[in-house]
Design a binder for this molecule. Structure first.
Ligand SMILES: [Ca+2]
Ligand SMILES: [Ca+2]
Length: 165
């Protein structure tokens, strides 16, 4: 008969293994909280191409969305902490077809203004998005310290941040 100690140990082991199973991410994805994320600085293309790329990797994957400020700030800091040259990473947000109303690919509205969107100049007045109908896709742009910008959806050198939960 098992002692209290070994029962406790077995329970602990089950909990750990159980959590491990829930948290397994497909290839190349890593954990963010209990979800799976892939920041890919190698693959690049237009917003639509990179969205399709994410969707091809896992049935529930899509370009990343930021339901919380904590999550947004985590990824801004993550990108700024890398020593790669300034790059553009696509976010799953757009105002295509409904100019000025920015929504995520899951249908939720994007938060506007600071601290999400980048300042265009140092004057602290002009803030992204600033591209009107010319720029309808959201990105984290190294030229703006990886804060949010609107870019031309057809810009061909955006990298994907894929995400699923
Ligand atoms: Ca626009
Ligand atoms: Ca812009």
């Amino acid at each position: 008969m098992a002692s209290c100690g070994s029962s406790y140990f077995t329970l602990l082991l089950v909990l750990i293994l159980g959590t491990g199973c829930e948290m397994s991410c497909v290839d190349h994805f890593t954990y963010y909280n209990s979800d799976c994320v892939l920041v890919d600085p190698i693959t690049f293309g237009t917003w639509s191409e990179m969205r399709a790329y994410c969707q091809s990797l896992h049935s529930e994957a899509d370009l990343i969305t930021f339901p919380t400020l904590d999550m947004f700030e985590y990824f801004v800091q993550y990108l700024n902490n890398h020593e790669w040259p300034n790059q553009v990473f696509w976010v799953g947000g757009t105002d295509e077809g409904h100019e000025g109303i920015w929504s995520y690919v899951d249908g939720s509205l994007m938060a506007m203004g600071a601290p999400y969107w980048a300042l265009t100049n140092c004057d602290g007045i002009n803030i992204q998005p600033d591209g009107n109908t010319q720029q309808n896709c959201a990105a984290l742009d190294g030229d703006y310290y990886y804060y949010m910008t609107d870019k031309e959806c057809e810009y061909q050198h955006g990298h994907p941040i894929c995400y699923y939960d």
